[in-house]
Write a protein that binds this ligand. Structure first.
Ligand SMILES: CC(C)(COP(=O)(O)OP(=O)(O)OC[C@H]1O[C@@H](n2cnc3c(N)ncnc32)[C@H](O)[C@@H]1O)[C@@H](O)C(=O)NCCC(=O)NCCS
Ligand SMILES: Nc1ncnc2c1ncn2[C@@H]1O[C@H](COP(=O)(O)OP(=O)(O)OP(=O)(O)O)[C@@H](O)[C@H]1O
Length: 213
């Protein structure tokens, strides 16, 4: 089995690419979805989160906007939240990978792959990337997102340029979905047929469309 770490900064299209991979029959562990389950209605982590951040949980689970306000911009608070959330996610990931170990490819979709040194656990890494202006446009269109919140989140993330440099493969989402899907399918076919070493040598494609005038 080849274990692939999939990552990308906020709004780069990681979830979209992960969905394309899943549709292509690859098991994908979704760390964000795991976090949502653990923090959702009746979620296992609610008591610990409420104790550490009073008033941020309720019958509908974690109030993500309120918790985000408490931790983004406050490194110590974020570390406390991570200490509650990450061990539970690690355990779910380990079970998922074990369950699928007979498959040729397994994808681990990890928002903080390079930030937390997770790439060491992977056979290869894939970064999803688009031009910065497109990233901003996508993220600022989300409800509840502001320039200030985006700036705080970007400060916590390894810059896109650095991610691209460190990754084995880059998927460009600055183009049409059809082109992105074609890149995904080519990469998966290559990995299945030829393995990592061969595919590394023919990867790292990217195009950077100009911002609109
Ligand atoms: C604070 C929370 C509730 C805010 O939720 P919300 O739905 O508003 O934002 P979302 O989770 O989509 O994150 C927005 C962006 O911030 C990034 N981000 C989230 N947590 C972190 C973190 N610990 N460090 C750096 N960036 C982070 C995400 O990758 C994403 O790009 C949530 O982000 C959270 O619980 N974070 C801590 C757990 C964690 O580390 N999750 C990410 C990897 S498993
Ligand atoms: N070619 C493309 N590939 C992927 N996403 C695209 C493309 N073109 C436009 N998009 C849009 O870009 C947005 C990317 O959102 P997505 O949720 O996939 O990002 P993400 O990286 O998972 O974000 P986050 O880190 O915040 O969870 C979506 O609204 C998607 O429709």
């Amino acid at each position: 089995m080849i274990l692939l770490g999939l990552t990308g900064s906020i709004g780069m299209g990681k979830s979209t690419v992960a969905a394309m991979m899943r549709r292509a029959g690859v098991p994908v562990f979704d760390a964000d979805a795991a976090v949502h389950r653990l923090q959702g209605p009746g979620g296992r982590l609610l008591p610990d989160i409420e104790a550490a951040f009073p008033g941020t949980t309720g019958p509908r689970g974690v109030d993500r906007v309120a918790l985000g306000k408490a931790v983004f911009g406050n490194r110590e608070a974020l570390r406390r939240l991570e200490a509650i959330v990450h061990p539970a996610v690690f355990a779910m990931r380990r079970d998922f990978v074990r369950r699928h170990r007979a498959k040729p490819l397994v994808v681990d979709d990890v928002p903080l792959l390079f930030e937390k040194g997770g790439e060491r656990r992977m056979d290869a890494t894939i970064v999803v990337s688009a031009p910065a202006w497109m990233q901003r446009r996508r993220v600022l269109a989300r409800p509840g997102m502001t320039q200030a919140r985006l700036a705080q989140i970007l400060k916590l993330q390894v810059p896109d340029r650095e991610k691209r440099r460190r990754a084995d493969f880059v998927i460009d989402t600055g183009t049409s979905r059809a082109e992105t899907r074609a890149q995904v399918m080519t990469l998966l076919a290559c990995l299945r047929a030829r393995g990592i070493r061969y595919c590394r040598s023919c990867a790292k494609s990217s195009s950077t469309p100009k911002p609109p005038a």
